[in-house]
Design a protein around this ligand. Structure first.
Ligand code: GTP
Length: 366
């Protein structure tokens, strides 16, 4: 993996304090829904309207980008090399590349933090195969890293013409629903390609489940029955969403999109941020309890030992012992099996004991 390359920047770890700007827009969607074309359109719009944007590409396998990315995963990880080196297929290569990049993501956050005052939005393009980002550990790490530092929203891109089929529409909505609940971030349903098919039908289906059921009932297959039942369940989910119709090709709907982003950023501050703070506090409390418990245990142990010094093994003792025995070995070649311990050769049983000790040592912060 190359050193993380970030256009016009020096790396370093920054503070993790929270900022209100820039707003991070993570663009996700099924393969071919138009994510990259939409990114290009958003970048053009920001230039046109003097909006200060920053662009991050997280797709290691994209051949060419129609826009200039400020931070590009491809400058850091060569996914074909990763495929060769780890003997992986294309998806495994993309996933591993993203995992490698995630290990350096604090540098990306740090660079954006340094420029935060000069930025309004950070646009993030994700890999073509949606699950590589939404269901991977690296996707979660990256999303969380963004969301704990800046207001972050997810733009879920829907291929509108293809979603005219009720079953396809439902699978798209279920996917969006799973992303919403997994990330717990504000989600904007971005109906793309409205130059080909208007998204009014989708809005109607989301507002009136009977209209959706009527559309779905023309199909008598098993999946249609399931789809109709699911529409009842998703009713509540639709209430939590903002939806806009855009065309990445013609540029229609860009104002509406950015308005939805602003409203979602507000929502983020009211709900997600509060939730994040609560989770942080809870984590801190648990950590405090654990530390207190360990101290109590130490105090009890000391009382039991009647004030004698309690020596916690740091492992160094064993090394010292093994070193001195090694010296003795030079002098005396004959040695029985019991001496193996001193030579640093551990039996499984002894290893287990040592692991327990190490755990103990860790708990006391050595
Ligand atoms: N008519 C029309 N076509 C679009 C629009 N947006 C994207 N397309 C077309 O849809 C196809 C896929 O677009 P991409 O931007 O490559 O989609 P993607 O989601 O980035 O694709 P992957 O990276 O492979 O997942 C291309 O042929 C685009 O020209 C749109 O708003 N209108």
């Amino acid at each position: 993996m190359n050193k993380l390359h970030i256009e016009g920047s020096s790396s370093g770890s920054g503070s993790s304090s929270f900022r209100r700007k820039p707003v991070i827009i993570i663009v996700v969607g099924m393969a071919g829904s138009g994510k990259t074309t939409l990114m290009h359109r958003l970048v053009c719009h920001t230039h046109l309207k003097d909006i200060r944007g920053y662009v991050v590409n997280l797709d290691p396998a994209v051949m060419t980008l129609p826009y200039a990315a400020n931070i590009d995963v491809r400058d850091t990880v060569k996914y074909k090399e990763v495929m060769k080196q780890f003997n992986l297929g294309p998806n495994g290569g993309i996933l591993t590349s993203l995992n490698l990049f995630a290990t350096k993501f604090d540098e990306v956050i740090s660079v954006i933090e340094k420029r935060a005052d000069q930025l309004d939005y950070v646009l993030v393009d994700t890999p073509g195969q949606i699950e590589i980002f939404t269901w991977s550990a690296s996707g979660a790490i990256i999303t969380e890293a963004f969301a704990s530092t800046f207001p972050t929203v997810v733009a879920y891109v829907v291929d509108t013409p293809r979603s005219e089929d009720p079953t396809t529409f439902m699978s798209n909505m279920l996917y969006a629903c799973s992303i919403l609940y997994k990330t717990r971030l504000p989600l904007i349903l971005t109906f793309n390609k409205v130059d080909v098919a208007a998204h009014q039908f989708a809005l109607e289906w989301m507002e009136d489940f009977e209209a959706f059921q009527t559309a779905a009932s023309s199909d008598h297959s098993y999946s249609s029955t399931l789809t109709q039942s699911l529409s009842l369940v998703l009713d509540e989910f639709y209430n939590n969403l903002k939806s806009v119709g855009v065309s990445a090709v013609s540029g229609v709907g860009m104002e509406a999109f950015f308005n939805a982003v602003e409203a979602s950023a507000e929502e983020y501050m009211e709900t997600y941020k509060a939730d994040l703070d609560k989770r942080r506090e809870e984590k801190q409390r648990l950590e405090e309890d654990r530390r207190k418990e360990s101290m109590d245990k130490l105090r009890r142990d000391m009382e039991k030992s009647g004030g004698e010094t309690v020596v916690l093994s740091t492992g160094l003792k064993d090394k010292e012992a093994s070193k001195s025995m090694m010296d003795e070995e030079d002098e005396d070649e004959e040695m029985d099996d019991d001496d193996d311990d001193d030579l640093g050769i551990y039996t499984e049983e002894e290893d287990a004991i040592d692991e327990d000790e190490d755990e103990e040592v860790d708990r006391f912060g050595f």
